[in-house]
Design a protein around this ligand. Structure first.
Ligand SMILES: Nc1ncnc2c1ncn2[C@@H]1O[C@H](COP(=O)(O)OP(=O)(O)OP(=O)(O)O)[C@@H](O)[C@H]1O
Length: 439
């Protein structure tokens, strides 16, 4: 989705028409007869949502509440169902990423609103024999190093945390503190603490520009009772406010230039990861459609890769700390929303076009999210569904079939299947309960 924030620096060259953002091509002079110039006068990009957030007096102005109602509520519903979610704000310096993700005291942003939503739901749990646990962590990546924003550090060099990769759960930051929070006020306090520690500097566009990528993570675990068995559904919500992309100003000091180079390095790597994932998703979907066509027309199955032998390309996640940490959110087990913020001013034309192309690429990625639930509880539920299906079939056979021999055969097989599945359910439930109690 695209969010158009303020217009400083020249005339407005962007307009929003429902889900389409149209940018006037400033390289084509609209006053001249363009018959000799084949370039388009406007370039249109379509997204799931486009918001106009320039002037609060404008009737089409999109407020923080409106953005939350569209995006924040879908983050919450995904988390309640047990999915991992990632919300990522990308855009030019000063275009409103931090405003959208965090907000201001007068106009709170997505992150605090999402936390508020989690705790509003928590209050309902008393009726449902379920409970939940919320833990948060907050880190920044600055100059390719990781710092815990929620840890008091007396050290001179606080950027010492290392990223490691677990074979099952993926990349994580070793030693990052996780804070158990029980109400909204506690989260707000931690958010304020972390934001105050985040590295900012004055750039030629924005005098309090975030120079680091910030990741606020919520570990949301729900304890539920399913089929009379206690179980847990876990969801990880990554709320990411990226550092702004900006060109290096020759008047900057050496540190600022190194900092800019590191920001660009991770944003360039993010761009490469996004376009490779988008290409791979296209290879995957063409593979699927070829397999579908073949299985409709022939009896044999085609193994991937399809004709032409295109294999998925290597994804360089580990080329930057940012992409390594977001590996699962980008093209993995996560529902991911990218918010691209742009300025509608003509002076930002190049950055706006590059952000829109970046976002258009990200739209093509196909992720594989799955509910993070206990595998045994899932198996028991599937077996019970199968038993119900078989019992319904048995009943309809008994009602419909008059031929005794045929019906007896089928009845026998189905009854046996029902019994086998009920035994499996009994055994798994027993072993699972023993394991759960011994923990
Ligand atoms: N829609 C908006 N309404 C009112 N103020 C806004 C809006 N968008 C941004 N701002 C204000 O503009 C300034 C810059 O915005 P913000 O800090 O969110 O930019 P950013 O993209 O995070 O920049 P950087 O990458 O440099 O950190 C802030 O003072 C912010 O409060």
């Amino acid at each position: 989705m695209i969010l158009i924030q303020r217009a400083e620096g020249g005339r407005v060259i962007v307009e929003v028409d429902d889900k389409v953002a149209k940018v006037r091509n400033i390289k084509v002079d609209s006053r001249l007869d363009s018959s000799w110039d084949s370039r388009e006068k406007t370039v249109a990009f379509s997204f799931d949502y486009c918001y106009w957030s320039v002037d609060p007096e404008d009737p089409k102005y999109a407020s923080q509440e409106m953005v939350f109602q569209d995006l924040g509520t879908s983050v919450l519903s995904g988390a309640f169902r047990g999915y991992n979610i990632c919300l990522l704000a990308y855009g030019q310096t000063g275009s409103g990423k931090t405003y959208t993700m965090m907000g201001t005291p007068a106009s709170i942003g997505l992150t605090p609103r999402i936390c508020e939503g989690l705790f509003a739901r928590k209050d309902d749990y008393s009726d449902q024999m379920a409970s939940c646990r919320v833990k948060v962590s907050f880190l920044e990546i600055y100059n390719e190093r990781v710092r815990d924003l929620l840890k008091q550090s007396e050290q001179k060099k606080p950027y010492t945390l290392r990223v490691r990769e677990h074979p099952e759960t993926g990349p994580y930051v070793q030693g990052l503190t996780q804070h158990l929070v029980t109400d909204y006020k506690q989260v707000v306090k931690l958010l304020e603490e972390g934001i105050a520690k985040r590295i900012t500097a004055a750039t030629h566009i924005h005098n309090a520009s975030s120079r680091s990528h910030a990741i606020f993570t919520i570990h949301y675990t729900q304890a539920i009772l399913e089929n009379n068995l206690p179980s847990e559904i876990a969801s990880k919500i990554n709320l990411v406010d990226l550092a702004g992309s900006e060109r290096a100003d020759p008047s900057y000091c050496k540190d600022r230039i190194t900092e800019g180079a590191n920001i660009n390095k991770s944003l360039v790597t993010l761009g490469i990861v996004i376009s490779t994932l988008a290409q791979n998703s296209q290879v995957f979907s063409s593979c699927q459609s070829i397999n579908t066509l073949t299985s409709e027309g022939e009896s044999s199955r085609v193994e991937s890769p399809p004709s032409g032998g295109r294999r998925p390309a290597y994804i360089p996640y580990r080329d930057s700390i940012l992409t390594w940490l977001l590996k699962d959110s980008l093209g993995g087990n996560s529902k991911t929303i990218m918010i691209a913020t742009i300025s509608p001013a003509s002076s930002s034309y190049n950055e706006t076009m590059s952000t829109l192309r970046y976002a258009a690429n990200a739209k093509n990625i196909i992720n594989k999210p799955r509910v993070n639930e206990d595998a045994n509880v899932k198996l028991i539920r599937e077996l019970r569904e199968e038993i119900d299906r078989l019992k319904t079939m048995l009943m309809s056979f008994e009602l419909r079939n008059s031929s005794p021999s045929w019906s007896d055969d089928k009845d026998g097989n189905l009854t046996e299947l029902v019994l086998q599945n009920e035994m499996k359910v009994g055994m798994i439930s027993f072993t699972w309960c023993c394991n759960y109690l011994s923990l």
